[in-house]
Design a binder for this molecule. Structure first.
Ligand SMILES: Cc1cc2nc3c(=O)[nH]c(=O)nc-3n(C[C@H](O)[C@H](O)[C@H](O)COP(=O)(O)OP(=O)(O)OC[C@H]3O[C@@H](n4cnc5c(N)ncnc54)[C@H](O)[C@@H]3O)c2cc1C
Ligand code: SF4
Ligand code: SF4
Length: 410
């Protein structure tokens, strides 16, 4: 029997995998990503891994840690380093409508290809074999970019698909979850071909990835089953747009974003997301998010309207991309007051404040925890109340101990 890699043993003991696929890319065929219960993409080790490779993977695995070491014009304790923050949307109305929020991300991708800065975009679209699931796709023009626009609240392991692109060479824009970018940046420190192949790295704010069991629960609430479904959108076609299943008989069933994400999918998110110190793409060049408007009490409003993305340039390159796409007429932007972001994204700010306490809860339960450096978690925890920190620590402890007891009973 193949002995399990040390890094993987630690990741599995803590249930720390984010499902980025970085280990599959770095393992030269010894690891592939597979679907594991309740529907997450997880590494499956097929062959022995030399100690040196094991160490190299441990250094890039976001499940085991993240080190943020970046200077920028602004360094906000909550939102991280950035050059510029604006709101924006795709100038093409049909792209703005089709996309997740304002289509800013797709507009920048389209402009990058049209201007010849990259030859294609590597991103994620619906899997035609299982429409609630994802597949990695390489889009070469604006029509393909538009077809893949929209958030997909399901597992994706985009790094696992990059091997052949890197071997062939070329210049691509890469879109991934913040943890995917963490792993890709870390891999680029080990392999110079990565920066050459992916000169642009884009991301989005990320509250977490739900399992495919979450998508099945949405289908059940819509009164259907996976085998009856020929297409599935988590949102888009409006802002926020509805979760919509197209059935094989040609009919469609929909559910609001508030009900699909808020009442179902958010309850199926993996553990690593609950201790994520960086759901806002601190290592990407450019990051987009929902520029939600809020009500008088500060809660985000999910009433349908024309989409608006928050556009965060985290690097000088990201700032140039925002300006270049706008100058070419692909993107429209407006000024943004960063002090309103806490109200706009309460989930992100609440989690940042809770991460240190949750890590303490995991430790208390005897589990390994990721090594986070440069992410200002102590400052964030100090801005939380003592009661809030205790609640998060004990909540995580009880959840972990409860899960192990339930597992032992079976
Ligand atoms: C799992 C998840 C959690 C999110 N959590 C938040 C949040 O907490 N707060 C917030 O403001 N926004 C969140 N978003 C992002 C938000 O839904 C929009 O993607 C963002 O506002 C950008 O919108 P856009 O219209 O500019 O992007 P679009 O123009 O619609 O482009 C979206 C791009 O993201 C890619 N993509 C979609 N899903 C995935 C995926 N699973 N993995 C990798 N790439 C993908 C698509 O291929 C496309 O290129 C989340 C998105 C996802 C997928
Ligand atoms: S987080 Fe990424 S690199 Fe780490 S084990 Fe999971 S898939 Fe592999
Ligand atoms: S919440 Fe964090 S760990 Fe989870 S998928 Fe998003 S970026 Fe990755």
């Amino acid at each position: 029997m193949t002995s399990k890699a040390e890094f993987l043993t630690r990741v599995e003991r803590g249930d720390l995998c984010s499902g980025c696929g970085g280990c599959a890319l770095a393992s030269e065929g010894a690891i592939e990503m597979g679907l594991s219960a309740p529907g997450f993409l997880r590494p499956v080790q097929r062959a022995a891994i030399p100690e040196e490779t094991d160490r190299r993977i441990a250094a890039i695995c976001p499940g085991l840690g993240q080190t943020l070491d970046r200077q920028a014009t602004h360094d906000d304790v909550l939102w991280g380093p950035y050059e510029e923050m604006r709101t924006g949307w795709a100038s093409a109305p049909e792209l703005r409508h089709a996309a997740s929020s304002g289509g800013a991300l797709s507009a920048v991708l389209g402009w990058l290809i049209e201007s010849g800065k990259v030859e294609a975009a590597v991103h994620v679209a619906a899997d035609s074999d299982r429409p609630t699931a994802n597949r990695v796709t390489v889009s070469r023009d604006a029509a393909e970019i538009k077809a893949a626009a929209g958030s997909r609240y399901a597992p994706s392991a985009p790094l696992a698909a990059l091997g052949s692109l890197i071997a062939r060479g070329g210049r691509y824009a890469f879109v991934g979850k913040p943890c995917d970018i963490v792993a890709l940046r870390a891999l680029a420190r080990q392999d110079a071909r990565i920066d050459a192949c992916f000169p642009v790295m884009l991301s989005f704010f990320c509250a977490g990835v739900p399992s495919l069991a979450g998508a099945d629960a949405v289908l059940a609430a819509l009164g259907t089953t996976p085998d009856q479904v020929s297409g599935f959108r988590y949102r888009g076609n409006g802002w926020p747009g509805e979760a919509t299943a197209t059935l094989r008989d040609g009919t469609a069933r929909s559910m609001s974003y508030h009900d699909s994400w808020g009442k179902i999918l958010s309850g199926h998110v993996q553990r690593r997301c609950k201790i994520c110190p960086d759901g806002t793409g601190k290592e990407a060049d450019l990051v987009c998010a929902d520029a939600w408007q809020s009500d008088a009490r500060g809660y985000p409003l999910f009433t349908e309207q024309e989409g608006v993305s928050l556009v965060v340039a985290r690097t000088p390159l990201g700032r140039d991309l925002m300006a270049g796409a706008e100058a070419a007429g692909a993107l429209t932007t407006e000024g943004f007051d960063v002090t309103t972001l806490d109200r706009m994204q309460p989930g992100q700010s609440g989690r940042r404040r809770a991460v240190l306490a949750r890590l303490a809860g995991l430790r208390l339960a005897g589990r390994p925890i990721p090594r986070y450096r440069g992410l200002r978690l102590a400052e964030m925890a100090r801005s939380n109340t003592v009661k809030g920190n205790l609640r998060n620590m004990l909540g995580m402890f009880k959840r972990v101990v409860g899960t192990s007891r339930r597992r032992r009973k079976f």
